[in-house]
Design a binder for this molecule. Structure first.
Ligand code: SF4
Length: 571
């Protein structure tokens, strides 16, 4: 559909929704490749709002590497807002991609990024809008092959009835291999089913219809796969910045952390490459902020030199740096000063737990002294606001550990005052522990809603007199549903289907999330959300996702869980 036709046909819908620019495409730096002449086409689909999807770094990589190939084409599509959906569904118009304005159903592949379990029903709704059968088994020759990757793919079972093939691990190489294979087989007249069967033999690809053990795919951090430009949204998105991935993986392996356990081995980009990529990205996009992306940015062996050189390069501009995640034990005064030179961005420190005892149990190897030193270094360098990430409901947590959170803030206050520094404003983001597959704490029970409520109340009381401390708690019911979904098995497919049928959509947004509906639909499927979330899985039994091989020693996760137990017993 050409642009003019699109605007004529979708005129009423666009004029009657908020932020129509979410749906019109045409963003600066869009690839805008020709659909008709491409040999293989892929719609990169994001089952969440445009603002979230357009900032997703994994999507940016795939968008680049696919469009870099002359005969391939990647377009984008996001979940429409509810106010768009109402008129769109009445219109009978096709669900089209942003750039080529081609109906989703006409693509060779639709690749869904799965960042969060609560987007499963949104994925199904997007398939419905496109007129693509929801069940893999019902799809026919002319339907796209539905792919999915991202963190949720490490346990594909809850949505295995709906996805044709999951990409496990890094998707750069497997995506191109799948598209190459498709091109070759299609030219030889292969059927859709034959192609899907052949795809199941590619390393790192799990095809539910051809169930087998799958080893995750590991990609190299290549220079040519790093984006140096990406479509710039017409309005503010969640990350309006030039993002350069400097390091993949984190060797610290905190016992709750799925990203660290699923992203090994560590791959680090050379200083020269990081600097060159940042310069190019900023030049191409005009962004005034660049982000050095890693699970733990200051673990990069040359981080200070990188920022020093980039500060010098950008010294007469308003370009500033942000480090998305920093380890307190690596936070030096030099680094604080280097970041301060450009702009006072927020400093975030993630102790995760309030006491040394619990930090040892979760293997967050951070001492109170290191946390205080990082705080003081930041305040000395001029930061007035510090953000802390903490969790409640961790395995073996006691009320002393929760009181320890308030104790930590009291220590921050006392230490700053002793050194003659102004006490910083503390914002504390507190999430609820969710046991995740491929972590030692995958076996652990989550706290019940009642336990969490009591702990939140207790912590609020402990911090009530601290005027410089603001506590923000994550939604406990959302966290419970997340625990239920992330450790689920094949039984959840029917549950997710029923949930979608009941109208569940964009559920990770508080205003749409209806916990009671989840409970009721689970009950109708003979499932109990709280029971499943608060269940301890026996280390003696095989876990549902263990057909996926992450190259760990067979007993690694159980042994680590046992070590945490032993530490808890000893204290
Ligand atoms: S330091 Fe951060 S990224 Fe690394 S394992 Fe711990 S929580 Fe995960």
């Amino acid at each position: 559909m050409n642009k003019q036709t699109f605007f004529e046909k979708y005129d009423y819908i666009l004029k009657n929704c908020t932020k129509p620019s979410r749906y019109i495409g045409g963003e600066f730096l869009s690839a805008n490749k020709d659909f008709a002449s491409a040999e293989v086409t892929m719609a990169l689909a994001f089952p969440d709002k445009y603002e979230i999807g357009i900032s997703n770094f994994g999507h940016k990589i795939l968008y680049k590497i696919i469009n870099d190939r002359a005969n391939f084409m990647a377009d984008r599509i996001y979940a429409p807002e509810i106010d768009y959906l109402e008129n769109f569904e009445k219109s009978g118009l096709p669900f089209c991609t942003l750039e080529a304005k081609v109906p989703l159903v006409e693509f060779d592949f639709v690749g869904f990024a799965l960042q969060y379990e609560l987007s499963y029903t949104t994925l199904l709704k997007m398939l419905e809008l496109a007129g693509i059968p929801l069940l893999s088994a019902d799809r026919e020759e002319n339907h796209p092959i539905i792919l999915s990757g991202g963190p949720c793919a490490y346990n594909p079972l809850p949505i295995s009835d709906f996805i044709d093939a999951f990409l496990i691990g890094d998707g750069e190489d497997s995506t191109l291999e799948i598209m190459d294979l498709y091109k070759e087989m299609k030219s030889q007249g292969a059927t859709r089913a034959e192609i899907i069967k052949a795809i199941s033999d590619i390393e790192g690809v799990y095809v539910p219809a051809h169930h087998r053990e799958v080893t995750k795919r590991i990609a190299r951090l290549e220079y040519h796969t790093a984006p140096t430009k990406s479509p710039i949204p017409h309005f503010e998105s969640v990350h309006d910045r030039a993002t350069v991935e400097i390091r993949r993986g984190c060797s610290r392996l905190c016992r709750f952390c799925q990203s660290a356990h699923t992203n090994l081995p560590i791959r680090e980009r050379k200083k020269e490459d990081v600097i060159s990529l940042v310069k190019d990205y900023v030049k191409n996009t005009g962004y005034s902020e660049y982000s050095l992306l890693s699970l733990s940015s200051n673990d990069h062996t040359q981080i200070e030199d990188i920022i020093f050189e980039l500060n010098d390069y950008f010294k007469n501009t308003d370009v500033s740096v942000s480090l998305p995640s920093q380890r307190a034990d690596k936070f030096s005064l030099r680094l604080a000063n280097l970041m301060q030179e450009v702009r006072k961005s927020a400093v975030t420190i993630a102790p995760e737990a309030g006491t040394q005892r619990l930090r040892d149990i979760i293997k967050k190897n951070l001492t109170t002294e290191q946390i205080l030193n990082a705080t003081v270094a930041s305040v000395e360098a001029g930061w007035k606001k510090i953000k802390y990430y903490l969790m409640i409901g961790l395995p073996y947590e006691t009320y002393d550990d929760i009181a320890g959170i308030a104790g930590l803030f009291a220590d921050v206050r006392r230490t700053c005052m002793e050194r003659g520094l102004k006490v910083p404003q503390i914002t504390c983001s507190i999430s609820i522990f969710v046991p995740k597959p491929f972590t030692p704490f995958a076996y652990a029970p989550q706290n019940s809603l009642e336990q969490i409520a009591e702990k939140i109340k207790f912590l609020k009381e402990k911090c009530a007199s601290m005027r410089n401390v603001k506590l923000n708690f994550h939604h406990s019911k959302l966290s419970q549903v997340e625990a239920f979904l992330t450790r689920g098995d094949k039984r959840l497919n029917n549950f997710i289907y029923d949930l979608y049928k009941s109208g569940s959509y964009l559920d990770s947004w508080d205003e749409n999330f209806d916990y009671e509906k989840y409970v009721e639909i689970a009950r109708n499927n003979n499932l109990d959300i709280e029971l499943e979330a608060t269940k301890e899985f026996s280390p003696e039994n095989e876990l549902p996702w263990e057909f996926i091989n992450l190259n760990y020693d067979k007993n690694y996760f159980k042994n680590e869980y046992q070590k945490a137990k032993d530490l808890a017993d000893a204290t």
